[in-house]
Design a protein around this ligand. Structure first.
Ligand code: NAD
Ligand code: ZN
Length: 253
């Protein structure tokens, strides 16, 4: 059960903050039926993401990498944003959230209507040719042949996501660093903080003087260390309550 008084406190923090930035992870999309890597029902139980999602595996054993990728892509194509994604989009529209740095590759923040989304790890909605960089929506690519091939040059294509062993594009890191360094409140939603460098964003925010608040069903390595407090509960429930509370504070003070 999500505690109302905890959500009230966060709503007040949001109302007084000048710049709120969100860092979201796989837990954000669990209520959209996309499994996280870790935890019960996680992809981890079936595949080791570091092995199957490594760029070397994609290059040297594409059938193996695409076993996990095609399963994730199928899940993501069926998924719809949940009430948490919609609440964040609405809070942005109301002027209370500036940007979202997401580790997710499902594109659901965009679908829900959030405008300033920094996709730290790219997305699985499109594929890019490893030879000529030609990019098309994933839905236009047949998985009958693995690796799928480029319609322009016949080269192998890969999801437009950052694989283990690959660098995050420098302009993406730069923007995420800037947002983390300049916010005065960071909401860390549904992430276990185990994947670097995204996991360092809360510390950047903290060191720059921001308050850091977690929303997660369980404690993480940040809890009681980087974060000021945690609201325990499913992201969708907590964020919907938060939106209602902020709207009420705005209307009635
Ligand atoms: P993770 O799988 O390591 O951790 C998920 C976190 O979410 C945990 O801390 C868990 O306690 C929490 N959680 C689970 N259900 C929740 C809920 N309903 N509400 C709130 N919190 C909940 O995920 P991660 O730290 O984001 O990192 C894993 C990497 O895997 C990321 O880089 C990401 O790109 C990738 N990934 C993405 C997706 C996606 O796009 N939806 C799914 C799986 C993995
Ligand atoms: Zn090509």
């Amino acid at each position: 059960m999500v505690k109302d008084e905890e959500v009230d406190g966060l709503a007040k923090d949001i109302m007084t903050a000048k710049k709120v930035v969100v860092l979201s992870g796989a837990g954000m999309s669990v209520e959209s039926n996309i499994a996280p890597f870790r935890g019960p029902g996680g992809l981890w139980e079936k595949y080791d993401p570091v092995e199957y999602g490594h760029i070397t595996t994609l290059r040297n054993a594409p059938e193996k990498a695409w076993m996990m990728l095609s399963e994730m892509q199928r899940e993501i194509m069926k998924a719809k944003p949940n009430k948490g994604h919609y609440a964040l989009a609405k809070l942005e529209e109301m002027g209370h959230i500036r940007s979202i740095i997401t580790q997710n590759v499902d594109g659901l923040h965009h679908v829900a209507g959030s405008r300033d989304v920094i996709e730290f790890h790219g997305n699985l909605q499109s594929v890019i040719c490893m030879d000529c960089n030609y990019t098309v929506p994933s839905s236009e690519v047949s998985l009958d042949r693995i690796p799928p091939f480029c319609g322009k040059c016949n080269g192998p294509v890969k999801p437009n996501a950052v694989f283990f062993g690959e660098a995050i594009p420098s302009e993406v890191i730069k923007r995420a660093d800037q947002e983390s360094n300049s916010c005065d409140l960071m909401l860390v939603v549904g992430t276990s903080a185990e994947v670097q460098p995204a996991a360092s964003m809360p510390s950047l925010a903290k060191n720059a003087g921001a308050k850091v608040v977690e929303i997660n069903i369980s404690e993480t390595p940040f809890t009681g260390y980087v974060s000021d407090y945690i609201i325990k509960g499913p992201a969708g429930d907590v964020l919907e309550k938060l939106l209602n509370k902020v709207a009420a504070l705005k209307a009635f003070g």
